[in-house]
Design a protein around this ligand. Structure first.
Ligand SMILES: C[S@@+](CC[C@H](N)C(=O)[O-])C[C@H]1O[C@@H](n2cnc3c(N)ncnc32)[C@H](O)[C@@H]1O
Length: 249
């Protein structure tokens, strides 16, 4: 495996666990409800979850009636939790990288991925593999860090603020320079990959997908009132969500 496996770094793993246990985490409040809203009917469907992490989504798919769920992840530590906390009927977890998807000899109605695809360098290969694994008219639903979030090449302040510390606007930079980003997130040298909005869409189209819906979700008003820091989403969304269908014509 040549892909980075940062979630098995002890410090990163512990800090990420704390983040996800925080009840105001954006994953639970903003990203996950929006991503599930893009999923087709799950009853009787075979589902593959790329970068399944703790396996919470796999468990949910099974509860919602999926006939078979496979969750893959590169991280032993994440899958260890998945096996302990989210093993559920019809759910299988496999340790492998998304880069090696072509090794799976299987077929799925839905391929799903939550906040993992920006860790993959070769998006076009991933799309070709997903296309291959999907049944005719199957659905690919995924979220990733928004391209405005992944853009910045060097660490610098993301937000311009007034003298009272109020956010004025987002400091977007380096947007049109695609490729690797080495960021500091709990630890140094966390590798992610930046792709512009148009290149993501063009890659999906070239791979044979029809885009059915896109979301850049905001927290609802009640959440903004409860957690005012979420008002920054009015300036810049954190997540890009896409629902695409395998075009077989
Ligand atoms: C931000 S977490 C999201 C976990 C889960 N999808 C969720 O929504 O809770 C990203 C996950 O992607 C996994 N990941 C990163 N690179 C990967 C790769 N090349 N292949 C498979 N999984 C990968 C990480 O190990 C981690 O579990």
């Amino acid at each position: 495996m040549s892909d980075q496996n940062i979630f098995d770094n002890e410090i990163f793993f512990e800090e990420y666990r704390k983040l996800r246990n925080n009840p105001s985490a954006a994953n639970d409040i903003v990203e996950k409800p929006a991503l599930f809203s893009l999923c087709p009917e799950l009853s009787g469907k075979a589902v593959l979850d790329l970068g399944c992490g703790y396996g919470e989504n796999c468990r949910e798919f099974s509860k919602l009636g999926a006939s078979r769920v496979v969750g893959i992840d590169i991280s032993e530590k994440m899958l260890d939790i998945a096996g302990k906390e989210n093993k559920y009927k019809n759910v299988t977890f496999i340790r492998m990288s998304m880069s090696d998807l072509s090794l799976l000899q299987d077929a799925f109605d839905i391929v799903f991925s939550s906040l993992a695809i920006h860790y993959i360098e070769n998006f076009d290969k991933l799309l070709a593999d997903v296309y291959q694994l999907l049944e005719d008219n199957g659905t690919f639903v995924f979220s990733q860090e928004h391209p405005f979030t992944t853009a910045m090449l060097k660490e610098k302040p993301r937000w311009a603020k007034d003298s009272d510390g109020n956010i004025l606007h987002y400091n977007l930079s380096d947007y049109s320079i695609p490729g690797v980003r080495k960021t500091s997130w709990f630890v140094d040298n966390v590798i992610k990959y930046h792709r512009s909005f148009s290149s993501i869409i063009n890659s999906l189209s070239a791979a044979g997908f029809i885009i059915e819906k896109m979301l850049e979700p905001l927290p609802n008003e009640a959440t903004m009132e409860k957690y005012p820091s979420y008002k920054k989403y009015y300036h810049k969304p954190d997540f890009l969500l896409i629902k695409a269908r395998k075009n077989t014509v």
